[in-house]
Design a protein around this ligand. Structure first.
Ligand code: PEP
Length: 259
C-alpha cells in the first residue's frame, strides 16, 4: 500500500513568537504548494508559537499543518501548566508528538503516560489530532543488542487498549536516542531494520491492513545530506526532524528529498 510520506519538524523549545513567525514565513515563501499532492508536512513549534505559525500558513493558503510537542490526557481541570486536547484542537493542530525521548528522559514520562496520551488523542474523533508516537532505544540498549525487543515493548505499551480503527490515525516515529541531536545518524539499514520491526509489531497488534497504512517515520540527526537514503527505505514513511527543521533552507531541502 502506498503511504503518503510525512515530514514533520520538531522545533523543540526554540523560537519566540516573532522568531517562529519569521521561520514559518520563510518556509512558506520557499514552498511549492503542489508538493502537498505527494506528501504531508507539519511543523511542531512550542505551544505559544502554535497559533501564530498556523496563522502564517493560513494567510498564505498553504496546507502545512501544525502539531504540538506534548499534551495532557484530561480535557480540563486543575492541572496547572498543562495543555489539553480541546485547546489544541481549537487552534487547528493536526498532529501531536507523544513520548519524545526528551520528555521521557528529562521529565520522567513513562510508557503508561504515553499510553494515556495516545488513547486520549485517538478517542477524539472530531477535529482529529494524529499522535506521532516516539519510540527508540538508548545507546546502552543498542550496544547490549536488545533494541528490537525494547522498541517492540514501547510500541505495545503506547498502543495498549487502542483498537485498529483508532490506531490507523497514529504515526510512529523511530528515534534512536543516540542519534537525536548528536549528528550521529542511524544508517539507512539500521533505521529500516527497526522501522520494519515496528511495522511487524503493528501488524500483530492491528492486522496487516491497518499496519500497512500506518506511517512509520525515522528521526535522529536527519538532514539534507542523509535524508534521501533514509527516506528511500521501504518502511520509512518520512522524518521527524529536530535541528535541521530550524532553518527553512534545510527543512525545505529535506521535504524535496521526500517528493
Ligand atoms: C527530534 O528531536 O525529534 C530529532 C530527531 O532531533 P534531531 O533531528 O536534532 O536529531
Amino acid at each position: 500500500m502506498a503511504r503518503k510520506p510525512l515530514i514533520a519538524g520538531n522545533w523543540k523549545m526554540n523560537n519566540t513568537v516573532s522568531e517562529a513567525v519569521v521561520l514559518a514565513q520563510e518556509i512558506s515563501n520557499g514552498f511549492e504548494s503542489d508538493w502537498l499532492d505527494h506528501l504531508d508536512v507539519a511543523v511542531c513549534p512550542s505551544y505559544v508559537d502554535l497559533k501564530p505559525v498556523r496563522t502564517v500558513f493560513e494567510f498564505d493558503k498553504l496546507k502545512v499543518a501544525v502539531g504540538a510537542q506534548n499534551v495532557f490526557w484530561e480535557p480540563s481541570g486543575a492541572y496547572t501548566g498543562e495543555i489539553s486536547i480541546p485547546m489544541l484542537r481549537e487552534i487547528g493542530c493536526a498532529y501531536c508528538i507523544v513520548g519524545h525521548s526528551e520528555r521521557r528522559e528529562l521529565f520522567g514520562e513513562t510508557n503508561e503516560d504515553v499510553n494515556r496520551k495516545v488513547r486520549a488523542l485517538v478517542a477524539e474523533r472530531i477535529g482529529e489530532i494524529h499522535p506521532i508516537v516516539c519510540v527508540g532505544e538508548s545507546l546502552a540498549v543498542r550496544d547490549e543488542g536488545a533494541y528490537l525487543s525494547y522498541v517492540d515493548a514501547q510500541v505495545r505499551a503506547a498502543f495498549a487498549g487502542v483498537d485498529a480503527s483508532e490506531a490507523k490515525e497514529a504515526v510512529v516515529a523511530y528515534e534512536p536516542i543516540w542519534a537525536i541531536g548528536t549528528g550521529r545518524t542511524a544508517t539507512p539499514e539500521q533505521a529500516q531494520e527497526v522501522c520494519a520491526a515496528i511495522r511487524a509489531t503493528l501488524t500483530e497488534l492491528f492486522g496487516a491492513e491497518c499496519a500497512e497504512g500506518m506511517r512509520v517515520l525515522y528521526g535522529g540527526s536527519m538532514n539534507e545530506g542523509n535524508a534521501s537514503l533514509l527516506l528511500a527505505q521501504p518502511d520509512i514513511d518520512g522524518g521527524l526532524i529536530g535541528g535541521a527543521s530550524l532553518k527553512a533552507k534545510s527543512f525545505l531541502s529535506i521535504i524535496k528529498e521526500a517528493l
